[in-house]
Design a protein around this ligand. Structure first.
Ligand code: ADP
Length: 469
């Protein structure tokens, strides 16, 4: 019961603070204020709450102190006087003028003085507080012994002056708090504007960044704080975007270049046909053959470019299933032996394994590597394809005794449209897209692709695919 009453009293006392908080937070949420304003407002709010708490607790403390002093000086004296006169309390009793009334109760808490008392004995703190707030009286309770019996005494005092004093203290603290606010507000608002200044700066600079000035970066000078970290992260992100953008630009320019050559060739033959081809059968046949060749070449290039574009967009769909790797390895062996009669070919598959993947794509990736070995190995050279299990992977190793790859090119051969210098001949052909595609496929199967090569001696490519036990 007392607990509940105390709780509701606390609720009543805290209600104004809660209301202010609710209104302010609601307002801040609704309005689009700057962060600096919000920081200042929050600090001001905290300041006001602290001042209110200080004001209330100071005045409550002073009141308690006043009451204790009052008890020592006046109340104790009054209690002694009452006790002296008891039980013959008739006529004038020498008690202080601030006492409004007093009552005495016996051991059973029945009133013995005055006769017509309909009040109840109370030493309950809630009642004391209630009387203080509503009737502005201070209720003092005590017990004394008389004639081997216990008696209880309640004296009510006028607490008007003490309450007025407490009120004066609240007003005083609030007034000095308001004065402090005059200094606090400008200080806190200038500090928060200074703190959030770099954000404004960042926003202004960020707004100006376009593809034309993609190399613009945020200023990261100054103190080491979260905003500097944010700027640094932003700059690093811009570095990556710039790199990607340049890479993309380079890719578009290289791809256009690759397409320009076959178109120029086709145009040349069409002109030739236009002039002489109508009557000259030899010219006609040569032109048709060349145009067919170039259009095949272009189609191949466009398909590869589309594959890469789809992969970049995340639109590349694999239709994966469980399959035995030996099925595609045997097919590849047969096909290679059929198309390549100029090299010494060796196929040796030591193990078999189940792989979860897209059969067509996996085969495409292996084919790209074998076709490269065929392309970059002079006639009579060796090409060895082996398959075996190693740790968690099924490894397909393709070794050749071809022209090899220079150390400086090794890191770049998987880049789009990159071709090592010694292989950029018209006869060999190729667009520098095969290995990029093979890499996309292998990574799309959670696999790895490795290369070792020595210029002039040969190369060794390994496709590693995770297998299912
Ligand atoms: P390309 O169509 O030019 O063959 P790829 O992406 O398949 O394109 O290969 C990129 C480059 O890597 C080739 O141009 C070539 O310089 C080099 N390369 C790839 N495979 C081999 C190999 N087996 N031997 C020597 N060089 C190779």
């Amino acid at each position: 019961m007392i607990k509940r009453l105390l709780k509701s009293l606390l609720n009543i006392l805290l209600y104004p603070f809660r209301l202010i908080m609710k209104i302010v937070i609601g307002l801040l949420k609704r309005l689009r204020f700057s962060i600096a304003f919000k920081i200042s407002a929050s600090y001001v709010l905290i300041y006001i709450i602290i001042i209110l708490i200080v004001a209330v607790s100071t005045s409550a403390g002073c009141m308690v102190f006043e009451f204790q002093k009052f008890e020592r000086n006046t109340v104790n004296q009054d209690v002694e006087n009452i006790k002296k006169e008891f039980p013959y309390l008739k006529g004038e009793i020498p008690i202080s003028s601030s006492a409004r009334s007093f009552e005495i109760y016996n051991d059973d808490l029945n009133s013995v003085y005055p006769d017509n008392n309909d009040k109840r004995y109370s030493d309950n703190i809630i009642v004391v507080l209630e009387r203080l707030l509503y009737s502005r009286e201070y209720l003092y309770s005590t017990a004394f012994e008389f004639d081997n019996s216990y008696y209880y005494l309640n004296i009510s005092y006028d607490a008007e002056i003490m309450i007025y004093d407490a009120f004066k203290i609240i007003v005083l603290v609030l007034a000095s708090g308001a004065l402090g606010l005059l200094i606090f507000v400008p200080v806190i608002s200038s500090t928060s504007y200074r703190l959030t200044g770099p954000i404004k700066n960042m926003t202004e600079i960020t707004k100006t960044i376009t593809v034309n000035n993609i190399n613009t970066r945020l200023d990261i000078k100054g103190t080491q704080d979260e905003l500097k970290e944010l700027s640094q992260t932003f700059n690093e992100m811009m570095d990556r975007i710039e790199q990607g953008y340049k890479f993309q630009q380079q890719f578009v320019s290289d791809a256009s270049h690759e397409l320009r050559t076959p178109i120029a060739v086709i145009k040349g033959y069409v002109n030739m046909l236009d002039r002489w081809g109508k009557n000259d059968k030899a010219v006609l046949e040569e032109s048709i053959g060349a145009i067919k060749n170039e259009t095949d070449n272009m189609q191949d290039l466009i398909e590869k470019l589309l594959f890469i574009a789809r992969s970049d967009k995340g639109n590349l769909a694999y239709s994966k299933e469980d399959f035995k790797i030996s099925t595609i390895l045997n097919e590849i062996e047969k096909e290679t032996k059929m198309i390549d009669t100029v090299h010494k070919l060796y196929f040796k598959f030591y193990d078999d394994a189940n792989v979860y993947g897209d059969i067509k794509r996996v085969k495409q990736a292996i084919r790209i590597i074998i076709d490269n070995s065929i392309k970059y190995t002079p006639a009579g050279g060796y090409i060895m394809v082996s398959g075996f299990l190693q740790d968690d992977y099924y490894v397909i190793k393709i070794e050749d005794t071809g022209i090899g790859i220079d150390k400086k090119d090794l890191g770049k051969i998987f880049d789009r449209l990159y071709r090592a210098e010694q292989s950029r001949s018209k006869e060999i052909g190729g667009h520098g897209l095969g290995l990029s595609i093979a890499k996309i496929i292998v990574l799309g199967h959670k696999g790895k692709i490795r290369v070792k090569s020595t210029i002039g001696k040969g190369s060794e490519f390994s496709i590693m695919l995770p297998y299912i036990n």
